[in-house]
Design a protein around this ligand. Structure first.
Ligand SMILES: [Zn+2]
Ligand SMILES: [Zn+2]
Length: 255
């Protein structure tokens, strides 16, 4: 296989693994406590996130919890209704970093997220993790594969995570009365995250698909990991924060 093609395939695979770790560990397990992850699997997720994105979990959790606390009202770190769709879609990382660097935000919203010796020695150092991953691919498959794979992964990860925040608060289906929207096409690309209206309606539920013709690949992964006793789900039913179904798609106060 030519190096460029190998790099594209590898980049897509890395993106999928990083997306799985992001939605299952950072989002559903840490930020919302919708499930518990066993210690060995948590260690794997932490290393995957470190080497694929350099994200510090307590920062990600703080920014995300603040988004739920101030959804689409002043205080939301990345609302397209406040700063515009293009600003979120194309500068999601900048908006994230501005909020993540606010020590008060992290202290307030992530006080329950552990910060242990592994963070201090390794996981807090983003360039080290990403550098080790790139060096390993370079050593095993060559610099061309490494460059293409890194490029494909970074573009997909940044663009699609931004789309969850931008598209997910701009248009789509809205079965529940909140300001987020469901997009199944985005859910296929983001391990279920595109079902964002459902998620805002029931943030403590690990399952994002609520209705027929909705599919959450992340939930399928959770079921498989649950059978292997690697995760335990807080509750398998859907527990809505707001029980009344939405009559129209007009915006309403955040959930
Ligand atoms: Zn949201
Ligand atoms: Zn959430």
């Amino acid at each position: 296989m030519p190096p460029v093609l190998t790099g594209i395939v590898l980049g897509v695979c890395i993106f999928q693994v990083a997306g799985l770790a992001t939605t299952l560990y950072l989002h559903r397990a840490l930020a919302h406590r919708a499930m518990k992850v066993s210690a060995p699997l948590a260690a794997v997720f932490r290393v995957v996130i470190w080497m694929s994105s350099g994200i510090r979990p307590r920062q990600w959790v703080a920014v995300h919890r603040k988004h739920h606390a101030f959804t689409d009202i002043p205080g939301d770190p990345h609302s397209p209704k406040l700063v515009g769709f293009l600003a979120v879609q194309f500068n999601n990382v900048g908006l994230y970093r501005r909020a993540a660097r606010d020590a008060d935000v992290v202290a307030r919203y992530s006080r329950d997220i552990r910060h242990d010796i592994w963070d201090r020695l390794f996981l807090d150092h983003a360039l080290l993790g990403v550098g080790i991953a790139m060096a390993a691919v370079w050593a095993g498959l060559g610099w061309e594969v490494m460059l293409v794979a890194a490029g494909v992964h970074v573009v997909l990860y940044m663009f699609l995570n931004a789309a969850v925040n931008a598209v997910g608060h701009a248009w789509g289906k809205a079965p529940y009365p909140n300001t987020a929207f469901n997009n199944q096409w985005l859910a296929w690309l983001t391990v279920g995250e595109g079902l964002h209206n459902n998620h805002h309606a029931a943030p403590s539920s690990a399952r994002f698909a609520h209705h027929r013709a909705e599919f959450d690949p992340g939930w399928w992964a959770i079921l498989a990991l649950s059978r292997l006793k690697l995760v335990s789900v807080r509750h398998r039913d859907i527990r809505l924060r707001q029980a009344r179904p939405r009559a129209s798609t007009a915006a309403s106060p955040a959930s």
